[in-house]
Design a protein around this ligand. Structure first.
Ligand code: AHG
Ligand code: MN
Ligand code: MN
Length: 335
């Protein structure tokens, strides 16, 4: 019989055998996984649970919220506020940080999340997800403030996402490679399906929203043009294109079989660095990709080296198979 390794056991062993994670971080990750399980249940019910459709409210980024954006946000807050492992949380769906209320003990970790990634796919039954990133509160700082969150992604102590697709799969790093766990609904637990995930260095698959082509900057245009030219072009091979419009699903494909994902800066709103958010989308995904042997850049610098200046900061994102990302970086003249 194949021995199944649960997420709990994996984390206990990370804590006990390798000393990679302290007990409080293990608790935090278990609680996040539990939250993802209940979000997965809500996603599964869909219309039957009456949770689809718009919420008629806007978030701080001016985006219309879906009911599920709000539900997923509440699930994560309620599950994480009382355990004593956190000092504060921050989310795409909340204007400012959520400090753990006084009635609960305060821990030393900071949790950030995109509770529901790929909101435009909720109502059409296409894969969506939850993305999370964990930092440690800087030592010696009294209380907790937004400034405590503004650490570069290289300071993350854990990061991951859960994709709600044909399977619900949780993907995690604590800085020792990437592991994947699928939800076994009969057992009610996440089970290890893959360890030491590796992204192939080369690829023939790219992901970008082509409808924005006319707004792109020259290096991105050049890269995509060369892919489209196929065998007859300078790359000498045919490329395939995929765009799910859920970053979790696109990154999951890249972690599984390679590829490159771009949501670059473009000329539509030149003052905006990009569409995706640094702290709870780009940073956790970039760390996962690097931990799997890939690379992640904004075209100018490694994403994990960017020092954030605000919670909801946006960033240009190019990540995936290393040789491909390096090629795009060289087109930006920064390699
Ligand atoms: P969110 O639903 O959390 O706002 O994120 C959506 C993001 C990301 O998941 C995806 O890659 C991208 O937006 C899709 O954007 P387009 O609709 O412009 O393709
Ligand atoms: Mn998102
Ligand atoms: Mn979201």
């Amino acid at each position: 019989m194949i021995k199944k390794i649960s997420l709990t056991r994996y984390l206990v062993e990370q804590q006990r055998v390798d000393g990679h994670i302290p007990g409080d971080l293990r608790l935090l990750l278990e609680v996040v996984a539990r939250s993802c399980k209940s979000i997965s249940q809500a996603v599964n019910k869909g219309d039957l649970g009456g949770i689809l459709g718009a919420a008629d409210t806007e978030n701080v980024q001016g985006e219309m919220q879906k009911q599920l954006d709000i539900i997923a946000n509440e699930v994560l807050i309620e599950a994480n506020e009382w355990g004593g492992h956190l000092a504060a949380m921050a989310s795409e769906e909340m204007d400012s940080i959520y400090v753990v209320p006084n009635r609960y003990p305060q821990g030393e970790y900071l949790l950030m999340f995109d509770p529901l990634d790929g909101s435009s796919n909720i109502d059409v039954n296409v894969s969506i997800g939850t993305i999370f990133s964990v930092l440690k509160k800087p030592e010696g700082s009294p209380g907790v403030s937004e400034a405590d969150f503004l650490q570069p992604g290289s300071q993350q102590v854990a990061a991951g996402y859960c994709v709600y697709g044909p399977q619900t799969t949780l993907v995690l790093t604590v800085g020792d490679g990437v592991a994947m766990f699928s939800l076994d609904r009969e057992q009610g637990s996440f089970v290890l399906i893959k360890e030491h995930v590796e992204i192939p260095l080369d690829t023939k698959e790219f992901a970008i929203n082509m409808s924005n082509m006319r707004h792109w900057d020259e290096p991105v245009k050049r890269y995509v043009d060369e892919c489209l030219a196929g065998k007859e072009g300078p790359r000498g091979k045919d490329f395939n294109m995929r765009w799910v419009a859920s970053m979790v699903a696109d990154v999951h494909r890249i972690l599984t079989r390679g590829g490159v994902f771009l949501y670059p800066w473009d000329k539509r709103e030149p003052q905006k660095a990009g569409k995706l958010r640094l702290m709870y989308e780009a940073n956790p995904m970039s760390w996962l990709v690097e931990q799997a042997g890939g690379a992640a850049t904004n075209g100018q610098q490694r994403i994990l080296d960017i020092k954030p200046t605000k919670l909801h900061e946006r960033v240009s994102v190019i990540l995936g198979s290393k040789n491909e990302v390096e090629r795009i970086t060289s087109y930006h003249g920064t390699l």
